[in-house]
Design a protein around this ligand. Structure first.
Ligand code: ADP
Length: 271
């Protein structure tokens, strides 16, 4: 609230936020919401006062990822107030304004661009942008566009995160299938795990790693070098992280998420 009691504008209020980080991606589905949600959890666990503003106006998934599905924002004559996960973690999302979670806000063209432009108008007050990508060329091409865009509007690029960089899973979580010549699958997980337990139990403590996307072209790290922007690190595809996000939990307090947890921690430490 303005010292004279008048309602302040969004930008006046934003000015009271000490650090503003914008999380961007060129494409949908690369993990921008997952990363933002986990970053907010991480920073709030470090006792920062955190606000997460979700401007995904097409399919906002932030409320669900923060465990706030079904909640609504409070509206008073002072404006909207965020929904709190914790005393120091507040969330604002268009998702809170939809009557049903499966309803998408269909704002197209000028209206959508208007909102985003308005948000970026104050780019000089934003500390910088984190761009989320996958290792796929299609996603990396978009990152180049995002980097150019940031340079054009004078927004510092804090760095690029390569998400879904390989699949990591504890061996004990794997499913083993025997596939016959006719393509029939038989689940032999019990047998395989028992075999390992008896013959090489140390394998059960290992993490299985698979490259999903072609990384032979160097992925995001190489592109960052070429474009002279920092590379923040890789986050593997981790089914437990997907599950934590789905259930609105922080992956930092879940031992099962260890494959992605460490990677995310390293990235947070760099910021
Ligand atoms: P975006 O916000 O860029 O559209 P999301 O964060 O919604 O993307 O991610 C898309 C889907 O992929 C979600 O179901 C999410 O749980 C899953 N996902 C994202 N990153 C990972 C990851 N590193 N490991 C496992 N699942 C992930």
């Amino acid at each position: 609230i303005h010292p004279f009691g008048k309602m302040t504008t969004l930008w006046e209020r934003m000015a009271t936020v000490k650090h503003k980080i914008l999380v961007l991606s060129g494409k949908g589905g690369v993990g921008k919401s997952t990363f933002s949600a986990q970053l907010a959890f991480a920073l709030s666990s470090m006792d920062y006062q955190v606000g997460l503003l979700d401007i995904d106006i097409c399919g906002p998934s932030i409320p669900k990822m923060l465990g706030l599905e079904g909640q609504g924002i409070h509206q008073s004559n002072l404006g909207w107030s965020p929904v709190y996960v914790d005393d120091n973690l507040g969330v604002m999302s268009i998702g809170f304004m939809l009557p049903h979670p499966d309803e998408a806000v269909i704002w197209r063209g000028p209206r959508k661009n208007g909102i985003i432009k308005q948000f970026l108008k104050d780019a000089s007050g934003i500390d910088g942008a984190i761009i989320v990508s996958t290792p796929q060329q299609v996603s990396l091409i978009d990152v180049r566009k995002e980097v150019s865009f940031c340079k054009k509007v004078g927004l510092r690029v804090l760095g690029v995160v390569e998400n879904m960089s390989g699949l990591r899973q504890p061996v004990s979580d794997l499913h083993f299938m025997k596939v016959s010549e006719t393509g029939e699958e038989r689940d032999v997980t019990e047998w395989a795990l028992e075999y390992m337990r008896a013959n090489a139990p140390e394998i059960l403590d290992m993490v299985a790693s698979t490259e999903i996307f072609d990384s032979s072209r160097g992925g995001a790290a190489k592109m960052c070098l070429e474009m002279d922007v920092p590379f923040l690190g890789k986050v593997p595809m981790d089914p437990q992280l997907g599950k934590a996000a789905e259930e609105g939990r922080s992956c930092f307090i879940d031992k099962k998420c260890r494959a992605s947890q460490l990677a995310l921690k390293r990235i947070v430490d760099k910021l």
